[in-house]
Design a protein around this ligand. Structure first.
Ligand code: FAD
Length: 407
């Protein structure tokens, strides 16, 4: 990489920021990661990594660490939340890997975050600066100035020729680019908890991802922590939004929703699980989504409802495309950033819309739900998988180009 290549400042050491830092550092670019937190703890919850995301992490050399920590469920089992009837099955595991060329993993967020952090800490081109909250960004030609507040209350200013705002849904970089919109609350909350596998109801046992569909709500579960824990996510209508991310939930809310489920699930409300609650928001990507040497990535650019389990995956995809466009235009950062944004806009909007639509289908009431169940029960596992080919078959540009030129 030429000497004049500007170092990068990545704001936010979440999934998107860490993946971006790793990819840019591997290209020989110096990267400073600014993270507002001083301790990088992740919520006690799981995350699904579909092949479109896992292939980027595999290309980063993280497969051995991921294979040690993640679980590869054999299948997705869809059931009715109120009757327990099995509605459909979709193969995951080896079928998914064979079809899309990369694994479908489920993993505890803390494990994913730790292995990304370990990789970043082992990278000489990455400098991690924690306890640094970016409070403002101004653009002056091909330079950006960042106002930073330290955990101790001091103010710092930094200048950079490349800034990536990967600071999540409540991004401070996004409004600094002139986007005054706030994420839109979509009337749902997600309650999450983990339960030791040995204490989980029989219906949740086995190496599966479970999806239970009910009127106005659904529940997902899958094993994490090498199968020691089962991660549970309950999504249901919620009147108001909670401002705090990862707040402690009111057990009465969980019990009220679970009361409509089969006894095995409703009994979860009687267990002393540490339920946490997330209000669910999304927001179409800003236009423009970047300015001069500044761009956005992941939830900062396009927060997405979790009904397709794709927010983290999109952030990882963004990172791969950004690294590719910067490699193509190493000395013209604004041109590379605009190319990245143009490439990502349609995909992000498509996934956001598909996630909203998935929520609508998951939460249907009778009689529409009866039609849905009938259609699902007639689909083979292969046919179910084929419906997601547009999503899981995504490849980073470098890989796609190499495959096409070899053909
Ligand atoms: C219930 C639920 C289930 C989900 N399940 C899945 C799933 O299965 N699969 C999937 O792919 N996605 C899933 N998601 C979405 C996924 O969690 C997010 O999309 C993903 O974490 C976004 O990553 P990010 O790096 O863009 O942002 P974040 O993970 O939010 O990281 C942002 C980072 O920036 C830091 N930061 C914030 N502001 C500042 C600032 N001003 N200065 C410096 N640092 C700052 C934060 O501390 C944080 O470390 C789910 C989401 C929810 C709510």
């Amino acid at each position: 990489m030429p000497q004049s290549t500007p170092p990068a400042v990545v704001v936010g050491a979440g999934i998107g920021g860490l993946t971006t830092a790793l990819l840019l550092a591997r290209q020989g670019r110096a990267v400073t990661l600014l993270e507002r937190r001083t301790t990088l703890e992740e919520a006690g919850a799981g995350i699904q990594l579909s092949p479109n995301a896992s292939r980027v992490l595999v290309a980063l050399g993280l497969a051995p660490a991921l294979t040690r920590q993640a679980v590869t469920p054999d299948e997705l089992v869809v059931r009715s939340l109120s009757s327990g009837r099995r509605l459909a099955t979709m193969p995951l595991g080896e079928t998914m890997r064979a079809r899309f060329g990369a694994p479908y993993w489920v993993i505890h967020r803390a494990d994913l975050h730790t292995l990304l952090l370990d990789a970043a800490r082992g990278e000489p081109n990455i400098r991690m600066a924690v306890g640094r909250k970016v409070t403002g960004v101004t653009v002056d030609g091909d330079k950006a100035r960042l106002a930073v507040e330290t955990a101790g209350g001091a103010s710092e200013e930094r200048e950079a020729g490349l800034v990536v705002g990967a600071d999540g849904i409540w991004s401070s970089v996004r409004p600094a680019l002139g986007d005054a919109r706030k994420p839109v609350y979509r009337g749902y909350a997600a309650w999450r908890a983990t339960i030791p596998a040995g204490e989980a109801p029989e219906e949740m046992a086995g190496n599966i991802t479970g999806l239970w569909l009910g009127r106005g709500m659904h529940l997902v579960h899958y094993p994490v922590s090498r199968g020691r824990l089962i991660n549970i996510v309950l999504v249901a209508r919620a009147e108001g939004s909670v401002s705090e991310w990862n707040s402690k939930a009111h057990e009465a809310d969980v019990a009220r929703h679970l009361a409509r489920a089969v006894p095995a699930l409703s009994a979860l409300a009687d267990r002393s699980l540490d339920w946490r609650v997330w209000s669910l928001f999304d927001l179409p990507p800003p236009r423009p989504w970047g300015l001069g040497p500044v761009t956005l990535l992941g939830d900062a650019a396009h927060p997405v409802l979790p009904f397709l389990a794709q927010g983290g995956a999109l952030a990882i995809e963004d990172a791969a495309v950004l690294a590719d466009t910067l490699a193509g235009e190493p000395n013209d950062v604004p041109a590379a950033l605009r190319a990245y944004e143009a490439a990502r806009q349609p995909r992000a909007v498509h996934v956001q819309q598909a996630a909203r639509e998935n929520g609508r289908v998951y939460h249907m009431a009778a009689p529409l739900s009866l039609m849905r169940n009938l259609v699902m029960s007639r689909l083979s596992g292969e046919a179910m998988l084929a419906r997601y080919a547009w999503l899981y078959g995504w490849e980073p540009p470098q890989r796609r180009d190499a495959r096409l030129s070899a053909a």
